[in-house]
Design a protein around this ligand. Structure first.
Ligand code: GLU
Length: 444
């Protein structure tokens, strides 16, 4: 049998050269499942490692749209349909200049494991464009979404692939994408999630990722005889996930000290209040403003939240690789040994290893931020039964899904130095489920 690491490294080098984020995501997961892999000859016999790494297909297309001044603009659009072993492809669309094939492969790969952890019948996928909506008018965003869907529609469907939102794709953009889809197909179907509840969306979907992070964190703290009340929390990011994590944390009587954007950090010495959330939600999500112009809290230009010393918990909720090794050292030196990921892969490889080696309580994204896709799963159920559920039902379901995800993360691992290794546990759970389905479905 070939050396374990060589199997996947060679494969990635040959077939996905230069896809750094993707390599990072694969390595993170596969290093954790090494023993599992060696314990069962079937995994080698059915070549599950290579088959797990290779997406079913990557669709790449031109998006051509007209700016307000009449100029013709071009962007690239992608959909990575990673695996549909457990259900139709499911995962968000991201519009950001940093989007490329490597980023989407890493996100799609992660999504397969995340969706497996939810216990719902969902495969993994991810898509988006290098389109930058910053500075665009509402009409330009609408025209871009329509042009994007004019190509994407032929590759998706309520039982084939069900995209949703991600960075810069919220319910407004999902509305434009959905409108174009049903216009072309002349068919109303639950082909996208994250829709406005007035036309088939689920209530609570917008809040679900951020609230889910806090529900997961509560479970994680409880399993270690700790509680959230009065804990001081550093949050990075100021998008949908960060803001709703902040809101739920405040409702749970924790003290939220910060949010941030790429320009700097907004520091709330005495904790953010629910009124501040309302102001910031309108300012960031509706008006797409920059925090330096927010006129509340104290703005720290160019700083990340991790330099704030008097805290207990870190919640990176901005984007991939936002927290590096130096940030990890700073947090650990300040005694912050509890971290839960709201964004996907927010820690660099070095930062992640630092946290795990420091025996910190570390909640990985694929578990902690799975509340968003889980409520997307509930949206699909509501669409399928032509019905809508109320917020009490959604919130109860979300809380119980997050508790179940927590329990799945510790199903195959034991406490080490009094700490559950959640990241390893989540990876083993996802691997067993995906590899098991792959073997059961034969060579296809
Ligand atoms: N983009 C979100 C995620 O990273 C949500 C995906 C979905 O709802 O399908 O999980």
């Amino acid at each position: 049998m070939a050396d374990f690491r060589e199997i996947y490294r060679d494969y990635l080098e040959k077939n996905h050269p230069g896809s750094d984020e993707f390599h990072q995501a694969v390595e993170e997961i596969f290093e954790d499942i090494k023993d599992e892999y060696h314990n069962d000859d079937q995994y080698d016999e059915w070549n599950v490692l290579e088959r797990l790494m290779e997406p079913d297909r990557i669709i790449r297309f031109r998006v051509c749209w007209e700016a307000d001044d009449g100029k013709v603009k071009i962007n690239t659009g992608w959909r990575v349909q990673f695996h549909n072993l457990l259900g139709a492809y499911k995962g968000g669309l991201r519009f950001h200049p940093s989007v490329n094939e490597s980023v989407l492969k890493f996100l799609g790969f992660e999504q397969c494991f995340k969706n497996a952890l939810t216990g719902m019948p969902m495969g993994g996928g991810k898509g988006g464009s290098n389109f930058n909506p910053k500075g665009c008018s509402q009409r330009e965003i609408m025209r871009f979404c329509q042009a994007f869907m004019r190509e994407l529609y032929r590759h998706i469907g309520s039982q084939t692939d069900v995209p949703a939102g991600d960075i810069n794709v919220g319910s407004t953009e999902i509305g434009y994408l959905f409108g174009e889809y049903i216009k072309i197909k002349n068919q109303w179907e639950g082909v996208l999630t994250g829709k406005n509840p007035s036309f088939g969306g689920s209530c609570g979907r917008e809040e679900a990722t951020g609230y889910g992070v806090i529900y997961f964190l509560k479970n994680m703290l409880k399993a270690h005889d700790k509680e959230l009340k009065e804990k001081r929390i550093l949050i990075s990011g100021s998008g949908n996930v960060a803001l709703h994590a902040a809101k739920k944390a405040i409702q749970e009587d924790a003290i939220v000290l910060s949010i941030s954007d790429s320009g700097g950090t907004l520091y709330f010495e005495n904790g953010m209040k629910l009124d501040d959330f309302d102001t910031l939600y309108d300012f960031k999500i509706n008006q797409k403003g920059r925090l330096k112009d927010a006129k509340i809290g104290s703005y720290m230009e160019g700083d990340k939240p991790w330099i704030i010393k008097e805290a207990d918990i870190a919640l990176p909720c901005a984007t991939q690789n936002e927290l590096d090794e130096d940030d990890a050292t700073e947090l650990l030196d300040n005694g912050i040994k509890i971290l839960c990921e709201g964004a996907n892969m927010p820690l660099t490889d070095g930062a992640r290893k630092k946290f795990i080696n420091a025996k910190a309580l570390y909640g990985p994204a694929k578990a902690a931020n799975a509340g968003g896709v889980a409520v997307s799963g509930l949206e699909r159920s509501q669409n399928a039964e032509l019905n809508s559920w109320d917020i009490d039902r959604i919130d109860k379901e979300l809380q119980s899904i997050m508790e179940n995800i927590h329990d799945r993360c510790i199903q195959y691992v034991k406490k080490e130095n009094d700490i559950y290794p959640y990241s390893k546990g989540a990876n083993i759970y996802g691997f067993k489920k995906l590899a098991g389905a792959m073997i059961a479905q034969g060579i296809v």
